[in-house]
Ligand binder design. Sequence first.
Ligand SMILES: [Zn+2]
Length: 236
Amino acid sequence: MSDANLTALLRLQDADMRKKDMEARLQLLPKEMDALIARRDKLNSEIVKAADAVKQEELAIKKRENEIAQLTDKSQKLQQQSALVKKNNEYQAMLAEIADNKFRIGEIEEELLERFDKLEQLKSDAEKIRKQNALAMRSTRSEFEELLEFSKSVKAEIAQLDAGRPKLLAGIPDDLLSTYSRLLKGKDGSAPVAKLDNGCCGNCHMRVTTQTVNELSKGKLESCDNCQHLLYMDGE
Ligand SMILES: [Zn+2]
């Protein structure tokens, strides 16, 4: 096995492993993008929720204010009617109703004071959340755009690796190439060609036989007895 074969094989392997890396990275992208979309949706729904709480409180206040207006109106009418009433018990009943209304209005006004405080708090919370989340949403968006850009550049690099592959195959003997290709398709995703490391296979780390070491020392490529990966020995 000549050095030229080894060099060519390692060059091919570099390109193939790089492509595997890129493909693995591409496979993770949809999940990362979905996570960013989910984050954006959550941030947005927090803004909507806070704004909705303000709206609900404003509606509740409006309702109480209407109630006061109705009671006031009713009392005014009773006041006018009472002037025309002849019977004392009817007159007393009207005064009692007016007093009831006044009491109820007092209760509502107290409630309103609390509600106005609450409304102020809700408004300031909503504004804080809106600002914070808008900022976080902007950074989420730019992360998303970065991923899109990254995806484009990875795809371009894969296309480039594919285009350059035939040239890398040239000169590698068929039998060697078929062994290499079989190993490349292995489930563990490891590199087919490994360096002998201190008498051990650089892939599976098992010690190889003396016979294999002897062959390797002659500059030959040999298969690991354990994992069948192609082994070579460094020149030094
Ligand atoms: Zn091995």
